[in-house]
Design a protein around this ligand. Structure first.
Ligand SMILES: *Cc1c(COP(=O)(O)O)cnc(C)c1O
Length: 423
């Protein structure tokens, strides 16, 4: 099936007489005929549901759709995008381990990595993603276990050279994890460029209507953990908490995602409610229709702003002349995303005045839903970062993040025009 068909029908194939629409299994627990049958589930000898903290049929149906869209072997839904990033790393790293990460990433992910996970003694080295390979090579250590970056960075709108990052990661015997939230699998499938694990904040375009916080981890099934067994003992040596099973031996190409479910979900339990998975699925059913409209509207807004005398600068990977235009043509030929950034002449002060003057476009702490919105990261999402960290994350103090929605473009441009008159 092609991507549009997968959006509509992927994951749920009802049998004779079953509901056409994926049901919400609002049940914490599942019934078995015998004690032995249930026991086999706990030993991972049989597959089946027993407790929704680990797995739920509604969630798994939606995860299967996302796995199919990304071209992976399996996926796992998490309670948030933050959890997806956290589990994706924690599934490979213990205290004393190290990760190489692009510096231009989402502010929340940066805090998670640089502050909270550092307290767990998992260390991150942040690299300039546009640096030459030899420079990024120097960030690696013997205890490095993964490389992390965003297809399109939030909010810097930097496009990751995924092939380059995959080459570097594989040269050092570790997987590349890519946050594909902004591009979505409609515009880019990182596995086709060598990434090994993909994560999503499904809160954004996938849900698309700003109803449900959620995340996903997708496993390509292609990384050869056994070939680098000494780096990944959690996958390649016996797990005492399951009578000594070895994930790579028992689960083959699904070793990574299975371990995330049966260890991390079992122990930490950040699983979305089945109701939220159902709402996410409704969003996914129109992802292939909404994403192109977001991109077309964003390109129109970017072109309009780039001509406006009060605008100092605009970044949008789809805009000719943008620093990332060539990278976007390669990795995102059908469109990048609906998010762009801009700065006004007069800086921070004018940014606030412009935003306050908008009428239809709202100030919200969100991006990538149907409604157009703006945010000033330096005073909102990235408030905790120092000026130096802001710079490293590609966030100028005057930067306005504009998430262009799927309204009629004439109305969006009219609102921008009148607000610019006030600036
Ligand atoms: C929002 C976002 C996250 C975090 O996701 P939540 O669902 O808010 O936890 C991670 N990565 C990117 C690129 C995001 O935009």
């Amino acid at each position: 099936m092609k991507r549009g068909t997968l959006c509509v029908q992927g994951g749920w194939q009802p049998k004779n007489g079953e509901p056409r629409v994926v049901p919400i299994y609002q049940s914490t627990t599942f019934k078995y005929e015998s004690s032995d049958e249930m026991g086999r589930l706990f030993d991972l000898e049989a597959s089946g549901y027993f407790y929704t903290r680990l797995q739920n049929p509604t969630n798994d149906t939606v995860a299967a759709k996302i796995a199919a869209l990304e071209g992976g072997v399996a996926a796992l839904l998490t309670a948030s995008g933050q959890t997806a990033s956290f589990y994706a790393i924690l599934n490979l790293c213990s205290a004393g381990d190290h990760v190489v990460c692009a510096s231009e990433i989402y502010g929340g992910t940066f805090n998670l990595f640089a502050v909270t996970m550092k307290r767990m003694q998992i260390d991150f080295t942040f690299v300039n993603q546009d640096a030459p390979e030899e420079e990024i090579d120097r960030a690696f250590r013997p205890n490095t276990k993964a490389v992390f970056g965003e297809t399109i960075a939030n909010p810097a709108c930097a496009v990751l050279d995924i092939e380059k990052f995959a080459r570097i990661a594989h040269r050092h015997g570790v997987p590349l994890i890519v946050d594909n939230t902004f591009a979505t699998p409609i515009n880019c499938r990182p596995f086709e460029w060598g990434a090994d694990i993909v994560i999503h904040s499904t809160t954004k375009y996938m849900d698309g209507h700003a109803t449900s916080v959620g995340g996903a981890i997708v496993d390509s099934g292609r990384f050869d953990w056994e070939a680098h067994a000494e780096k990944f003992p959690g996958l390649t040596t016996p797990d005492a908490s399951y009578h000594g099973i070895v994930y790579t031996q028992r689960f083959g190409s699904a070793a990574y995602i299975t371990k995330a479910v049966v260890q991390l979900m079992r122990d930490l339990g950040a699983i979305p409610a089945p109701m939220n998975a159902f709402l996410l699925n409704l969003g996914l059913e129109t992802l292939h229709l909404r994403v192109p409209r977001h991109c077309a509207n964003a390109l129109s807004v970017a072109e309009y702003l780039s001509q406006h005398p009060k605008v100092a600068w605009v970044h949008y990977p789809g805009l000719k002349g943008d620093k990332y235009y060539a990278a976007a043509q390669k990795y995102l030929p059908n469109g990048s995303c609906g998010v762009l950034t801009l700065g006004l002449k007069g800086g921070r002060e004018q940014a606030i005045r412009f935003m306050d003057a908008l009428r239809m476009v709202a100030i919200v702490t969100h991006v990538a839903d149907a409604r157009s919105s703006v945010l000033h990261p330096a005073s909102h999402t990235h408030r905790q970062l120092t000026d130096e960290q802001l710079k490293a994350a590609g966030v100028a103090p005057d930067l306005i993040r504009f998430s262009v929605g799927i309204e009629d473009i004439e109305d969006i441009l009219a609102d921008v025009e009148q607000a610019l008159e006030h600036a």
